[in-house]
Design a protein around this ligand. Structure first.
Ligand SMILES: C[S@@+](CC[C@H](N)C(=O)[O-])C[C@H]1O[C@@H](n2cnc3c(N)ncnc32)[C@H](O)[C@@H]1O
Length: 485
């Protein structure tokens, strides 16, 4: 086992652990925590079987910024250099020039005369300095780099694509307004791989051809797909597909993607334009054109207009992953096809042009259908991932939908407002047989919309009115756009 420093983006912290665990279990990688992961720190120290494992984790993680083979760690600068000098012999030959360490005065921090041995490749290198929560000027950073001049590095310095990148990191806590004078933790190691943070920009909704009002942002879509353990060749379904954000993320990781949605106008990109200032949608907006934009059109199977409450798929149809964000009733109604009137029949003449009416699709009923569907249509050991809205004060794990064939394996909170949140639930199918027991929905949140507004949240109109009142009275506003669907 080799020791690595996993450095994360310090956001969506609740999603970090489930994401990495989903990835390690997907690749069958054993991971050993050297210290308990803390939500107060943007890093973990772990042991992994080999570098290949570290690279695999980085090839999928959206939370991970970088992965570093840890050569030394300390609580003070002096100690870090001592620890590093002690540990260098483990890395000579491969990354560093071999030296007779017994002859080296390790208290001497000046350059030692290292000689490149015959047959040993010269390796270009650079040293990077990162300071978390405290800013240093370039000259201060160079001073920090020069303190490592005892390292037996023989190759030339190369700032772009060197053979070896060495990283020195100082951690000053997580409060940028009140950093300590000296760092809490210091690390030195060899950079091994970057995580997938670039995908957030590459797949940004800002640059996407077709988006809707409730399009899932790129970072969360990739987190969902990682939770679902999508790998190349998987058959993936989003039954509340909307503008298809989850599908593009699943397609990026090699999934063959299907979607369905009750809204014909949405699936045909004929809803009112979402972008501010746009009066019409362009003709070529569609989920398919998004797939083409990202070069993953070969992964796209199709989308179908369909009400999820009515069966669409053959009984024996099996998916490798079901990933979805159903409506919660705040910005979109929770509806299904139906009629409240009893014994309603339609005359022959009206059948052809009939547009069915809709009735309320309560959250317990909708989540019940989702659980039953996943239990029936997922391959065993595969995953169902969905969002679930909660009033934070009322939340209790017993509220979550459950099914005897599905095991809840992860549950992360994304705070939406002071009072509300949504939770990303990940279930694994553990049993093939579907026992004839009803899904346990006794505590499932029944009317999120009413509770949301009763808890004091404002409607969009109220917010707009408040905003314009505040602008009129020249006070500052700080209202964030909301993701509540
Ligand atoms: C939160 S949105 C999904 C947004 C989507 N993840 C995206 O990125 O655009 C929920 C979707 O569920 C659809 N929906 C609502 N009721 C439905 C039903 N009964 N059957 C199928 N889809 C439904 C809505 O039309 C809406 O597009």
């Amino acid at each position: 086992m080799t020791r690595y420093l996993l450095w994360f983006a310090h956001e969506l912290v609740d999603f970090r652990y489930p994401e990495i665990l989903s990835i390690t279990s997907m690749f069958n990688i054993s991971i050993k925590f050297i210290e308990k992961p803390s939500s107060q720190k943007p890093y973990w120290i772990v042991e992994l079987p080999d570098e290949e494992s570290a690279r695999k984790i980085a090839s999928r993680s959206i939370s991970l910024k970088s992965c570093i083979e840890l050569w030394a760690r300390a609580k003070t600068g002096l100690q870090l250099h001592e620890n590093l000098k002690q540990s260098l012999k483990n890395f000579q030959g491969k990354w560093l020039v071999p030296v007779k360490w017994k002859e080296l005065d390790i208290s001497d921090s000046h350059i030692c005369p290292f000689i490149l041995l015959e047959g040993m490749e010269e390796k270009s290198f650079k040293i990077e300095v990162e300071t978390f929560c405290k800013h240093f000027s370039m000259s201060e950073k160079i001073e920090k780099i020069e303190a490592f001049n005892y390292l037996p590095l023989q190759g030339p310095v190369k700032l772009k694509n060197p053979d070896v990148t060495l990283s020195y990191i100082e951690f000053y806590g997580t409060d940028p307004n009140n950093p300590p004078d000296l760092p809490y933790d210091l690390f030195f190691g060899r950079w091994v791989a970057e995580g997938q943070r670039d995908l957030i920009q590459q797949y940004s909704l800002k640059k996407r051809k077709f988006i809707g009002n409730t399009s899932m942002d790129a970072q969360l879509s990739f987190l969902m797909v990682n939770q679902a353990q999508v790998t190349p060749g998987h058959l993936v379904l989003d039954p509340f597909v909307g503008s298809g954000s989850v599908l593009v993320a699943a397609a990026h990781f090699g999934g063959h993607v299907w979607g369905s949605d009750i809204d014909y106008m949405m699936l045909h990109a004929r809803t009112r334009p979402t972008r501010v200032g746009h009066k019409t949608r362009s003709k070529d907006e569609s989920i398919r054109s998004n797939m083409t934009q990202y070069g993953v059109q070969s992964q796209y199977l199709d989308v179908v207009v369909s009400d999820f409450s009515l069966p669409l798929w053959r009984d024996h149809m099996q998916f490798d992953a079901i990933i979805t964000d159903p409506p919660y009733g705040v910005r979109e109604p929770t509806e299904k096809i139906g009629i409240d009137r009893e014994n309603y029949t339609l005359s022959e003449e009206h059948l052809i042009n009939h547009i069915p009416s809709k009735v309320d699709y309560g959250l317990p009923h909708m989540y019940g259908d989702l659980m039953t569907f996943a239990a029936k249509h997922l391959h065993k050991s595969h995953r169902f991932v969905c969002w679930y809205p909660v009033i934070r004060d009322e939340y209790d794990e017993s509220m979550l939908p459950s099914h005897p064939c599905l095991k809840l394996v992860a549950n992360s909170e994304q705070i939406l407002t002071k009072l509300t949140a949504r939770r990303l639930l990940t279930y694994e199918k553990i049993s093939e047989g579907i026992p004839n027991v009803p899904v346990d929905l006794d505590n499932v949140i029944s009317n999120f919309r009413n509770k949301y507004f009763a808890a004091g949240e404002m409607t969009r109109r109220q917010k707009k009115e408040k905003q314009s009142d505040e602008i009129n009275s020249n006070t500052e506003t700080n209202i964030k756009p909301q993701n509540v669907t």
